[in-house]
Ligand binder design. Structure first.
Ligand code: SF4
Ligand code: SF4
Length: 137
């Protein structure tokens, strides 16, 4: 995929929205990969947390919102504690969940009966329980 970089591209509306909701400065990220290296569920993610930040800064909203990364995030804060730039990546993951729930689903709850067949067997348990905590709080 060819991506032309420009000031407008990296200051895109999607990145601004994620920054605004999360309160984090995504531009501080220098792609060291520490967050993804420490994430206990990175093995199951379509994109690692550092890639999600990169894609967001490139304005690839559709690609970012279609991956499973922020749904699998268990909010364990491992990434946030490892980031040398002080970015709270767990908050970024929360912000992405909020963006998609507001945009597409327009809801703030989960229906177990709507999960695709086999989903419960595949999803890491910690992510599943964490999801319930988030949606029920
Ligand atoms: S908070 Fe989420 S993204 Fe960060 S290390 Fe934990 S599971 Fe991975
Ligand atoms: S640890 Fe921080 S600086 Fe490094 S890639 Fe992750 S978000 Fe970026």
């Amino acid at each position: 995929m060819k991506i032309e970089l420009s000031r407008d591209k990296v200051h895109n509306e999607f990145a601004k929205k994620v920054e605004w909701i999360s309160g984090q400065n995504l531009f501080a990220c220098y792609q060291c990969g520490n967050c993804t290296a420490g994430c206990p569920v990175a093995f199951a993610m379509d994109l690692g947390p550092h890639e999600v930040i990169r894609y967001t800064l490139l304005g690839l909203e559709e690609e970012v919102l279609s991956v499973n990364t922020f749904w699998l995030c268990a909010s364990c804060l491992q990434c946030s504690s490892r980031c040398p730039k002080g970015i709270d990546i767990a908050r970024v993951m929360d912000a992405l969940r909020m963006v998609i729930l507001r945009k597409k689903e327009r809801r703030d709850y989960l229906q177990i009966s709507e999960f695709p067949e086999g989903f419960l067997e595949r999803v890491p348990q910690i992510a599943f329980i964490s999801g319930f905590r988030k949606f029920l709080s």
